[in-house]
Design a binder for this molecule. Structure first.
Ligand code: GDP
Ligand code: CA
Length: 309
């Protein structure tokens, strides 16, 4: 049994590797929902969908989000009315949000709805949202102190503006979704996927009870650094670390993760920092960590498993 803490793209690639080297039914992903947004009255869960679509081999390989071969008729039609089209939703992707919203309005929990969607895609791993409650990652911009929703920062501003602070609205009232704490406690191994430490892994850890549950498993927790040679492969993780006072390197990641992870996989490009990582009390394992395709994802998954022995 492996339980993985997951954000979006980096996590999805890691999970795809894991299910190719162990039976998929032995893998549980606990996924960030702080990025969730309601648009057009629809409940959109970007990280849950990125994980599902990637594992179903249905993800758009160029964008890294959304469905491959997608069409955009609904967005074009919406433009006529001056509707909200800054957050692009493809025609087939819309069906996921329609279904999720309908089921939630019937009173189903997000965990149950996620399970229905994952099974409908024919997947055998278990995918759990971090919580069934509504938690919103909110970003205060450095320039003028205005606070915006995560997607307004990430998509609307193309994450190109400096950040002053981050908070997770609603987190105090949130509880781990059914199955989350058990999945962490019962797992043989807990994997922290290569995702943005602040806005992907951060919200999951902030749900009351989850950090303690993971820290209790520290000896069995292996994390993969999303930062390679001082940079994120994609997205704002490196800049965000700097803006919030952390070191934008595997060392910064080691300091953030030391309370709950005993081992950190760092890229071969960061071999020179292995000693500094060890000095933070985290065992470094130096391996290639860039997942370009199914084979490199599988190789990283094997390295994760080997890190336990
Ligand atoms: P998002 O929710 O889609 O923005 O994605 P995540 O939070 O899961 O991932 C963003 C982070 O994952 C970035 O910092 C990337 O550098 C990192 N990442 C993406 N792909 C890889 C990969 O193949 N290897 C490693 N080590 N990190 C990756
Ligand atoms: Ca995300």
């Amino acid at each position: 049994m492996i339980t993985a803490i997951a954000g979006g793209v980096g996590a999805a690639r890691m999970l795809r590797g894991l299910v190719s080297v162990v039976p998929a039914e032995d893998v549980t992903a606990v996924v960030n929902t702080g990025d969730d947004i309601v648009l057009h009255g629809l409940h959109i869960s970007p990280d849950l969908d990125t994980v599902t679509y990637t594992l179903a081999s249905a993800i758009d390989p160029v964008q890294g989000w959304g469905l491959e071969g997608e069409t955009w008729n609904a967005m074009e039609a919406l433009d006529r009315f001056g509707g909200q089209t800054w957050f692009r939703l493809g025609d087939r992707d819309l069906a996921t949000h329609l279904y999720r919203t309908q089921r939630l309005s019937e009173g189903a929990g997000l965990g149950d709805v996620t399970d229905e969607i994952v099974r409908a895609w024919g997947l055998r791993l278990r995918v759990l949202p971090m919580t069934n409650e509504r938690v919103e990652t909110r970003v205060t911009l450095a320039a003028d102190g205005t606070e915006v929703g995560f997607q307004e920062y990430f998509v609307g501003e193309r994450h190109s503006v400096p950040v002053r602070s981050i908070r997770f609205h609603g987190i105090e009232q949130a509880a781990p979704a059914p199955g989350v704490l058990d999945a962490i406690a019962a797992a043989d191994r807990v994997v922290v996927c290569p995702s943005n430490p602040i806005v992907s892994i951060g919200p999951v850890l902030a749900v009351p009870g989850i950090l303690d549950a993971i820290a209790a498993r520290r000896d069995d927790v292996v994390a993969i650094s999303p930062i390679i040679a001082g940079a994120a492969l994609k997205g704002p993780a490196d800049r965000m670390l700097v803006e919030l006072g952390h070191e934008p390197s595997v060392l910064g990641v080691a300091r953030l993760y030391a309370p709950f992870a005993s081992t950190l996989l760092i890229d071969v490009a960061d071999e020179a920092l292995a000693g500094a990582v060890a000095a933070e009390g985290v065992r470094p394992v130096v391996v290639p960590t860039i997942m370009r395709d199914a084979e490199t994802s599988a190789a990283l998954a094997r390295a994760v498993l080997a890190a336990y022995s």
